[in-house]
Design a protein around this ligand. Structure first.
Ligand code: HEM
Length: 239
């Protein structure tokens, strides 16, 4: 009988668990205690590196969802978009771990960062690249089905596949906006709201960028529904 404790996967680590997950390489990607300028670099690196991993997964799922939309496989797209938005929720939850770092200690951590800034996050760059592509795939799907967005929301059925897809795309947009909001509050708590970042961007600019929207039509359709409602028509339901 095979010895189940013996590794069978390729690699040099002692066990298949470590070989499969490549834990030797993974756990060598952080600075050692001897290398850090302040011990809170461990927390800082853990949050950032794990954020990049979750973003990588979110984008992978999101891109496959977009391919499903283009192939008229809407149920599959909705399923994967749900995963992608849940990844974004994990990012929102974990960014608050950074509030365990005191402003004074972070001033030390910051000296190790060079000109590194979140604008260069590969994960968030990809989010910005792929989100408009999903919007275009959704518009093309509506055109193939000969419906406009308002038709989808007028029907509004919970079982309508286009409605489900539209709502899931909106959730992605909303969660990304919410992440930016949480990020800003964490930044204000740690370095303040009236200073500049490691790449020279004033923190105030982050506040102005919070509400970047990937799918403006999905937000606007709500305005339209309110305007067309009986309350909207007599001027009480809309501005
Ligand atoms: C100690 C915690 C953090 C601080 C003090 C901080 C600070 C900042 C500042 C000041 C900026 C403006 C750019 C600049 O530096 O000049 C920025 C941008 C950004 N940061 Fe952070 N950040 C923190 C954590 C994170 C984390 C965990 C992520 C996740 C990957 C992240 C991702 C980003 C992104 C994507 C931007 C660009 C935002 C946009 O496009 O509007 N940051 N951050």
């Amino acid at each position: 009988m095979d010895d189940l404790n013996k590794p069978i996967l390729t690699g040099t680590a002692a066990t298949d668990y470590e070989r499969y997950l490549r834990t030797d390489e993974l756990l060598a990607l952080q600075k050692s205690p001897a290398e850090v300028v302040h011990r809170d670099e461990h927390l800082f690196q853990t949050v950032h590196q794990s954020s990049e991993l979750w973003l990588k997964l979110a984008c992978l799922e999101f891109e496959q969802a977009t391919a499903f939309v283009s192939a008229d496989a809407v149920a599959g797209a909705v399923r994967l978009l749900r995963r992608a938005t849940d990844c974004m929720d994990l990012l929102i939850a974990q960014i608050h771990m950074l509030e365990h770092i005191s402003p004074g200690d972070y001033a030390r951590v910051r000296t190790a960062l060079g000109h590194g800034a979140g604008f260069d996050s590969p994960g968030f760059r990809r989010v910005h690249q792929i989100s408009p592509l999903a919007g275009a795939a959704f518009d093309a799907l509506l055109a193939r089905r000969s419906v406009v967005l308002m038709d989808v929301y007028r029907r509004g059925y919970e079982l309508d596949d286009l409605y489900q897809l539209a709502e899931q795309l909106l959730t992605w947009d909303e969660r990304t906006i919410l992440w930016r909001f949480h990020h800003l509050k964490v930044v204000e708590r740690i370095i303040g709201g009236n200073v500049i970042g490691t790449q020279g961007t004033p923190v105030e600019v982050l506040g102005k960028r919070i509400d970047v929207r990937f799918f403006p039509a999905l937000w606007a359709v709500r305005d339209e529904i309110s305007r067309q409602s009986p309350l909207g028509a007599d001027g009480h339901g809309s501005r």
